[in-house]
Design a protein around this ligand. Sequence first.
Ligand code: F6R
Ligand code: MG
Ligand code: MG
Length: 367
Amino acid sequence: MEKITLSVIKADVGGFVGHSSVHEDLKAVAREKLAEAVKAGTLVDFFVANAGDDINLIMTHRRGVDNPEIHQLAWQTFEAATKVAERLKLYGAGQDLLANAFSGNIRGMGPGVAEMEFYERPSEPVIVFMADKTEPGAWNLPLYKMFADPFNTAGLVIDPKMHDGFSFEVYDLIENKRITFSIPEEIYDLLVFIGAPGRYCIKSVHSRTTGDIGAVSSTERLNQMAGKYVGKDDPVCIVRTQNGMPAVGEALEPFAQPHLVAGWMRGSFHGPLIPSAMKDATPTRFDGPPRVVALGFQLANGHLGQPMDFFADQAFDRARQTALEIADYLRRLGPFEPHRLPLEEMEYSTLPLVMKKLTGRFEPIKK
Ligand code: F6R
Ligand code: MG
Ligand code: MG
């Protein structure tokens, strides 16, 4: 049996209206491009989704991760969508396409990438999580709960296929280094780092029982790549579920208690991550609050079939209400921390430009 690769590649190539959503014409042109690739035999299947103003290309194929043809296909699809965005004068048309031309691998060129290759199990339920108005570290807390917290995931205690735990690969996005922790023994060591989601991000999770990959996230930092404020990374994350992995309900459970993430308004504010149906993932208030969409797919020989829009369910209504209450409270703080991000994290916002103007005004304080 051949392995299947699930690639989720995303970009914001123009918002409708402002930074709120994706215009249907952009999704239509993306579908056209990817349908051609299915006909040509490059892709097995695809689904074009969006979370807020980000287009998510969910693709299956047999070419492995980091495949130049698949990355080029995604790049060209975003270019085609950019053309439509320019014609419609959408906001920030082509925003995340930082390079002028494609050069072999889409990583580092602006879009976010999460890919995994695996043997499709007899039944292969996967969830694609997609966020808007936040950064890759937003997945740290939910991934920890899914794969390491027995209060969230009952299977860690009662399923022999999960009882040996998982290994967590963590990226240091500032120094470009990585480290792997064995869980549960090294939970405390892991938490030292992933509790600082602005710098350390969980890149992937593997089963220690089978060695199988369980989760992978996009860790691209847009502003670092661009060297200036462009927009937020708006990351994606793929999670395999059931039969030795967290059950679907264990993978969704962390989002029932909305956590605070960085990335609201101008990429500069903390806000609650609201679980949303795809149609409701349309950041409005204060350009937010941040959203997360979860689409489930039941793979069948690489075919994605119809997605299940998990957060459309009423079971997440209360989480949404809680998140809105948190939002009300935080908004009262206006431009003050901790609603606004700490200064070091504002480095890639537009604030340093304002501060620079005032540097000459500072005088030494006499003792
Ligand atoms: C974009 C975002 C928005 C913008 C804001 C200002 O990712 O989060 O909040 O930063 O709308 O955009 P400009 O500066 O383009 O007017
Ligand atoms: Mg945008
Ligand atoms: Mg976005």
